[in-house]
Design a protein around this ligand. Sequence first.
Ligand SMILES: [Zn+2]
Ligand SMILES: [Zn+2]
Length: 151
Amino acid sequence: MSSYGPTTGGSYRVCDTVVIVCLACASSLIVLTVAVCFRRAIANGYAAAAVGASGGAGAAAASGRDRCGLAPSALSAIPMLAYRRGAAAGAGWAQCAICLAVVRDGETVRLLPACGHLFHVECIDLWLRSHATCPLCRRDVGEAAAAAEKV
Ligand SMILES: [Zn+2]
Ligand SMILES: [Zn+2]
């Protein structure tokens, strides 16, 4: 009788230890899984935020048409003429807003069809290689030039 009890108790104690170890393992596994899931969720959140930010920047860059210049064909479609003082309506003289010099008689200028502003051909060509707008009034030169090309 006296040897039966301790055996039962011993076996019970072993079982108890196994259960505790199993529970500890399971709980640590659960904690680990939750931690990994949490980290993933945070990482995904950051990734989504980063994608949103870069997408916004991309959209902004795409909408910023000012950055890309005119195509050579559109550039050559802008009318080029020899400036004659007094020939331009209502103006005795003209100033190139790019180099800020007065346009002299006989100098070759480009007249932007969108707004009627004129600039030295070398000044405006340089500008329109990296911009598609009038440097003075910001009107879209590219669309007007394309329309003029069609006509
Ligand atoms: Zn100029
Ligand atoms: Zn203009």
